[in-house]
Design a protein around this ligand. Structure first.
Ligand code: ZN
Length: 86
């Protein structure tokens, strides 16, 4: 991940530990994605297999969840605490 936006120079990590808040966002997204996968697969498979298959499919989504949880966190943080220091 770049330290600054290559286009506008925005500093991504405003302070040490800045992305700890992204872990909360990531947890919420991951819970929804995994839960959704389990429910979807449970219509086709027994629960034990649905849980296992959902866990395997969930692994594919981890990089996207990691990335977009940071993006969402930055939007939340900048909305709550706009600081024009770039
Ligand atoms: Zn930018």
């Amino acid at each position: 991940m770049h330290a600054r936006c290559p286009r506008c120079g925005l500093l991504f990590e405003r302070e040490h530990g800045y992305f700890a808040g992204a872990m909360v966002v990531s947890y919420a997204i991951a819970t929804a994605v995994y839960g959704g996968l389990v429910v979807l697969l449970w219509t086709l498979l027994p629960l034990e297999w649905a849980l296992l298959a959902a866990a395997l499919l969930f692994l594919v989504t981890v990089p996207a969840i990691w990335r977009y949880s940071r993006v969402i966190w930055m939007h939340i943080d900048r909305a709550l605490d706009p600081d024009d220091a770039v």
